[in-house]
Design a protein around this ligand. Sequence first.
Ligand SMILES: C[S@@+](CC[C@H](N)C(=O)[O-])C[C@H]1O[C@@H](n2cnc3c(N)ncnc32)[C@H](O)[C@@H]1O
Length: 323
Amino acid sequence: MTNLPLIHFHDFHPPLGDFRSTILAGLRSEQKQIAPKYFYDPQGSMLFDRICELPEYYLTRTEIALLNQYGDQIADSIGPDAVLFELGSGNSNKIRLLLDAIRPKCYVPMDISKNHLFQSVNLLAKDYPWLEVHAICVDYAGSWNLPPGLKGRNRIAFFPGSSIGNLTPEEAVGLLRRIAQFVSHGGGLLIGVDLIKDIGVLEAAYNDQQKVTAAFNKNLLLRLNRELGANFQVDRFQHRAFYNQGFDRIEMHLESEEEQVVRIANELIHFNAGETIHTENSHKYSIAGFHRLALRAGFHPVKVWTDPEDLFSIHYLQVQDER
Ligand SMILES: C[S@@+](CC[C@H](N)C(=O)[O-])C[C@H]1O[C@@H](n2cnc3c(N)ncnc32)[C@H](O)[C@@H]1O
């Protein structure tokens, strides 16, 4: 008899109406903006997976090397029988490096990109037939809760890829606080955080030679054409990514090459030449700076792993005792 994988799918994808109103509000504001969670439709998720393979994008390969090298120490910190949540699980490749060592009670990947989540989880479940999986399509920035039947202690969250850097430090404290409440007393968070480093290395990572990051950024406009009936002419926008030293962050923008008007959901949006849509921040931290953030959110730093070049860090944090 073959073991059938134990997968449960929970679909809390935000409705299209929310997408439309949020996009329009962002495009009406003085500095036009679209939140990076909207990058991830099926094409965006596929392009992100290609970014992870790029020579300039040191983040993924450095984090993977750390997970490979320190997997046993990480598993010791987490302990067995965890209910293991992953925020923004994407292709679920990184968790594969830990599953055999951690042997969690169940794995709960959470991602906003529905098709990509479901495909990745199906592949994962075939390779780990012993693992109970609850895949949740949800916006983790909104309110979320446990699906019924997942109550348990030893809750551990995994938040790799330095996605925490997409939030401002204040927003990051807010999300970390919510994670701390969620995993609650005795729970922990394993989180990947990109480090402040040479500006040339940082800017190259978001301006790759093959222009995959540019395609990822511009896919946002194509998505608005596909899903909201907009009429962006994508070749009239340029990908821009640069380090903003005042905020310790890479900023990504889409810059209008000329004055133009775009129709989106029956509204006309005017662009001046050189005006941008701000599409992503990727904040970078020092170890001490990230620890300060974690402490404000109610986490106690337990351990940190870094590579020899100090490119990237993985932190294990536990919820502080309430005293
Ligand atoms: C930078 S990628 C990281 C993917 C993977 N965790 C890794 O480390 O390679 C961000 C992932 O988080 C998902 N994501 C981004 N914002 C999200 C949100 N607000 N709620 C749920 N998922 C989100 C995206 O769909 C994508 O899979």
